[in-house]
Design a protein around this ligand. Sequence first.
Ligand SMILES: *Cc1c(COP(=O)(O)O)cnc(C)c1O
Length: 399
Amino acid sequence: MPGFEVFGEEEKQQALEVFDTGVLFRYEFGEQRRGVYKVREFEQAFCRYTGATHAQAVTSGTAALKVALAALGVGPGDEVITQGFTFVATWEAILDIGALPVFTEVDTTLNMDPADLEKKITDRTRAIIPVHMLGAQARITEIMAIADRHGIPVIEDTAQAAGARLGGRHLGTFGAIGTFSFDSVKTMTTGEGGMCITSDEELWRNMSEYHDHGHDHVVNPGGRGGEGRRFFGFNYRMMELQGAIGLAQLAKLDSMVAAQKKNKAVLREAAAGIDGVTFRTLLDEEGDSATFLAFMLPDRERAAEVNAVLRGEGVGAINFGDNTWHFYPRWEHLAGGRTLCKTGWPFSAHGKRRILYDPDALPASAELMGRTLVYQVPVRMDEAWRDKVVAALARAAGA
Ligand SMILES: *Cc1c(COP(=O)(O)O)cnc(C)c1O
């Protein structure tokens, strides 16, 4: 996920154009900014790139999820279904809007299992958030079919999969809203930042107004106007410097993905020699953004054995089964209902616990994640590191 690897003159030039006007704010300052609207330009470029008709830039991928949920009218009393393998941000946004996250199993796509999704839909389900983890596709076609049948909107958390596609169509454009993150470790980065895309004008208007205290941006694009204030909002505005850097990074996205694909192929070939190895299911290899290589061993013990060899060579793989930020059984603060709020909200209300999260509730995911090993794929692969990993994988194949 390495947009920072290719930071260069382009980002600098873009940022300098903002410093030349002295206007860091995305709205207003019409004369002083001399036609420079970086965030707006970034939104337009992101639309052209993904094929969505509307984009709303925000301060982070987490904010993007919150703004998307707000636009869909989700709130207290509602349930939102997501998957048990994701970054904590996905369910933080759900809790922050007052709704309760419900978690599904993941399958060998390492993303939402549609069969389990079907089981977890109730009459309180108001949104479904599949996550395109580790740069590649959730079973979004099947998930959309289930969601449509129940009349439930889908938000695609595409934070980790900018530039990835399914059947030529960009991830994030299948659901009602797609959200992206541009934080420091994502494929394209603006330091901090996020984006919501949609092809529903009304949802975009909701997001545009909600993310800026209820200001209307339709009457006066680039500024504010109207001010009918249909509802109260919050402040999740992206600033001009982020928009400027985003433009430079977006222009590099396809070349980053192409480089990652090449590098991933080298690592994959080396891993293929390990006895009993299988690879993560990719629904569309061509559309993979190739930010990670994920492979499975027959069981947890064998995975531990292989990883011990890799660690011994100084290039241990990630086992997300042990990861405290990305995997449901490791979220002790969720299971414990820990919150700063003195009344216990959102886990408790009126002195009563609203929901309990059993760490053992996703046994299929636990079995799968426990035997899955993962390498992050760099854009610029250091040759010494590559040789070390390839040699270590060969050694693991012989062990
Ligand atoms: C990074 C990430 C987010 C949050 O993005 P931020 O910009 O860091 O707030 C949300 N979901 C997933 C899956 C992520 O990886």
